[in-house]
Design a protein around this ligand. Structure first.
Ligand code: SF4
Length: 212
């Protein structure tokens, strides 16, 4: 990092002040609440956790994955809370930085497209030391897998060995969301816990110790 200009901090400051989806939305109605962007990163981070968008709880607390889904994600990764929330090592960059609201049935809406268009290329460009990307859910897979994702999430995750080495600069893991809603999916696809997770934990350990 020595001698390298750090443009990430001013960028994160701009993101925290962003009100695009409230004041001049491009792809839908204005956000019905005050935006509260969540993007946790520091130059030098080696691992990127790219999820979908904050839910109501993250909107209230500003802390991503501070729930049972987060506990499961940390278990998948083989890291404790202290390591997970160390932004010098792990960046948490959802595809939409703000809670997008809910539909009539109470389900979370998709991440705002404005966010990807406005911010993601810039943030990714500043995270120059990333070694490993955890790409969680369809929206992140669409962005980070360069158009190579399958139409179904299951098929994409099933191809994890292929994606692990598809990018010469990073190890990439497509993952389902660690929510309890995916308990059935995890049970049905035994290879996920038996084969993918042990390799993921080994790769995360290497990335955190700089052994890659
Ligand atoms: S979702 Fe992204 S683009 Fe929209 S207001 Fe929040 S930070 Fe800005």
């Amino acid at each position: 990092m020595t001698g390298r200009k750090n443009f990430l901090q001013p960028l994160l400051k701009d993101i925290s002040a962003c009100r695009i989806c409230r004041d001049r939305p491009k792809y839908g109605p204005p956000l019905p609440h005050e935006p509260r962007p969540v993007c946790v990163a520091e130059s030098g981070a080696r691992i990127l956790v790219a999820g979908q968008a904050p839910g109501t709880r993250v909107y209230e607390t500003g802390i991503p994955f501070n729930d049972t889904s987060g506990n499961r994600l940390r278990d998948w990764m083989g890291v404790d809370r202290e390591t997970f929330y160390d932004r010098r090592r792990i960046a948490i960059v959802p595809m939409g930085f703000c809670f997008p609201g809910q539909d009539k049935r109470g389900a979370d809406l998709p991440p705002r497209r404005e966010c990807r268009e406005q911010w993601h290329d810039q943030v990714f460009a500043e995270l120059k030391d990333l070694q490993l990307l955890l790409v969680i859910g369809l929206y992140a897979q669409d962005y980070y897998l360069g158009g190579k994702a399958s139409r179904s999430l299951t098929e994409t995750v099933e191809r994890w060995r292929e994606f692990r080495h598809a990018d010469s600069r990073h190890i990439v893991y497509p993952l389902p969301h660690p929510s309890w809603r995916n308990n059935g999916w995890i049970k049905k696809h035994r290879w996920f816990e038996a084969e993918l997770l042990p390799q993921l934990r080994a790769d995360i350990k290497s990335a955190l110790t700089g052994a890659n």
